[in-house]
Design a protein around this ligand. Structure first.
Ligand SMILES: Cc1cc2nc3c(=O)[nH]c(=O)nc-3n(C[C@H](O)[C@H](O)[C@H](O)COP(=O)(O)OP(=O)(O)OC[C@H]3O[C@@H](n4cnc5c(N)ncnc54)[C@H](O)[C@@H]3O)c2cc1C
Length: 221
């Protein structure tokens, strides 16, 4: 899923796996703080992280922007990956809103995919919130049972059962598009400024890039 970002960033100096803990204004620009971060100063900062993480980063030097992030909380999503040695779906490729399951998909049902019988099962936001701190093996077992219930069939014994928790999965919608302060040269983009879809993240980033390039004067848009 990260192939487009990898391709777009190939010619850019990107510091992967480097967490920024804070940033501060100095007389020569912004300075980032965090283990292993570039010690240079920068003439602008763009915060492009989920709302909850953005709020923490923005609270010190951009309280208004932090408030916008606080207005758009995310919902979590527990997701299970299940693999079976034989077909499990009895002709069903997709499930929606079935008990704990918000959405589930049989990967082999997609064109050009591996014929291996694997299912991705996403729990509903409500179920994920209730079980947020459960152990991943407990959640994986629960979502396997939910899949069996929803398909109404006896599933083959799975060869792989894994669950992953996305704490900030389904973004809210602050309705701002993007945020940019030309005075401090601090900007914010991300899906939560428009809605919980990858195209919202793209549109938000694109809008912020336009604002930065145009040197626009307002603080939101
Ligand atoms: C399970 C799941 C399934 C989804 N399915 C779909 C789908 O089918 N269709 C769809 O349109 N959308 C889907 N989405 C939503 C989509 O993934 C998001 O809308 C999109 O990734 C948001 O992009 P973003 O750039 O705003 O934020 P993110 O993709 O969250 O990127 C933020 C990045 O910032 C990094 N970061 C956070 N804090 C810091 C820090 N302090 N320092 C440095 N880096 C930091 C994070 O590690 C992350 O790499 C799904 C999301 C989940 C979780």
């Amino acid at each position: 899923m990260n192939a487009p970002v990898q391709a777009m960033s190939a010619a850019l100096p990107v510091a992967w796996s480097t967490r920024v803990d804070a940033f501060d204004p100095t007389s020569s620009g912004w300075r980032l703080r965090g283990e292993g971060v570039d010690a240079s100063t920068f003439d602008g900062v763009v915060v492009a992280v989920p709302a909850e993480q953005a709020e923490a980063l923005l609270a010190v030097h951009a309280r208004e922007f932090a408030g916008r992030a606080a207005s758009a909380p995310s919902q979590p999503c527990w997701t299970a990956l299940l693999a079976f040695p034989a077909p499990a779906g009895a002709g069903v490729d997709v499930l929606r809103d079935a008990g704990a399951i918000g959405w589930a998909c049989r990967n082999a049902g997609k064109p050009g995919r591996d014929p291996l019988e694997t299912w991705v099962v996403q729990a509903t936001p409500e179920w994920s919130t209730t079980h947020l701190e459960d152990a991943s093996d407990v959640v994986a077992g629960a979502l396997l049972r939910a899949l069996a219930d929803a398909l109404g069939s006896h599933l083959p014994t799975p060869v792989l059962v894994q669950a992953h928790r996305w704490r900030y999965a389904r973004a809210g919608n602050a309705g701002d598009g993007c945020l940019w302060d030309p005075r401090t040269r601090l900007g914010v983009c991300g899906d939560w400024l428009l809605g919980p879809r990858v195209e919202c993240a793209w549109q938000s980033g694109d809008a912020l890039a336009e604002r930065i390039l145009a040197g626009a004067g307002a603080t939101s848009g």
